[in-house]
Design a binder for this molecule. Structure first.
Ligand code: MG
Length: 215
């Protein structure tokens, strides 16, 4: 389940976008992609607030990536990128948790990303705020913190592909369904979390959401 204001709805697919902030692409020495990089996580990756996140057993470098997350509220395929935001019901913050050492092994070999990105509890997500309550969704400032210290500072205005473009590109392959989530990429400042650490994602208009990593 995901929460939108006072309502709750069943989560459906969890789409994620890779390499959507230039400063993050630079820190990983990656290439700017020609098209949005799209991958998915299973529904079992979602973690609501109040649940501890287990430290995965299949790797050592457990990294946070703080991201703005869209909630789709309507079924269908937008006619154009300019119409795609009509399908977005809410916005929140979450973490695209990543096993960086596993990713370093998989990526150069061209192997699928699931092991490094789509494991259980890899997608903590906060409560969604109705899109209409956000002043300017193209300029949302947000922060990622570890144990209360700011480690990431991003703004949706820095995204390479806008929310509308991302929703539209996804809809070209998957008809949008209410309850679909879209993680929209992370700014620079990614790094490791350890057992017992607390990760927090926050934005002035949306609130502050925290998860503890199990000791
Ligand atoms: Mg990410």
């Amino acid at each position: 389940k995901v929460y939108l204001g006072e309502k709750s709805l069943e989560a459906r697919r969890v789409f994620c976008i890779g390499r959507n902030y230039a400063d993050h692409i630079k820190e990983l020495s990656d290439q700017v992609p020609e098209k949005p990089v799209i991958f998915m996580k299973p529904e079992t990756s979602l973690v609501p607030e109040g649940i501890e996140v287990g430290f995965p057993a299949h790797g050592k470098e457990f990294h946070y990536e703080t991201e703005l997350v869209l909630l789709i509220g309507k079924e269908g395929k937008p006619a154009a990128a300019g119409k795609a935001l009509d399908y977005v019901a809410g916005i929140s913050l979450g973490f695209d948790l990543t096993m960086r050492d596993v990713q370093r092994y998989l990526l150069p070999k061209g192997l699928p990303w699931e092991l490094c990105k789509s494991f259980d509890q890899s997608a903590p997500v906060g409560k969604f705020v109705e899109k209409e309550k956000i002043k300017d969704i193209n300029s949302i400032e947000f922060f990622g913190k570890v144990n209360g210290k700011v480690v990431q500072h991003g703004n949706s205005s820095q995204m390479i592909n806008s929310f509308g473009t991302l929703v539209f590109e996804i809809s070209q392959a998957w008809k949008l369904l209410p309850g679909d989530l879209i993680y929209t990429g992370t700014p620079s400042g990614i790094g490791p979390v350890g057992r017992g650490d607390t990760i927090t994602a926050e934005s002035a208009g949306m609130g502050s959401f925290s998860w503890r990593i199990s000791a």
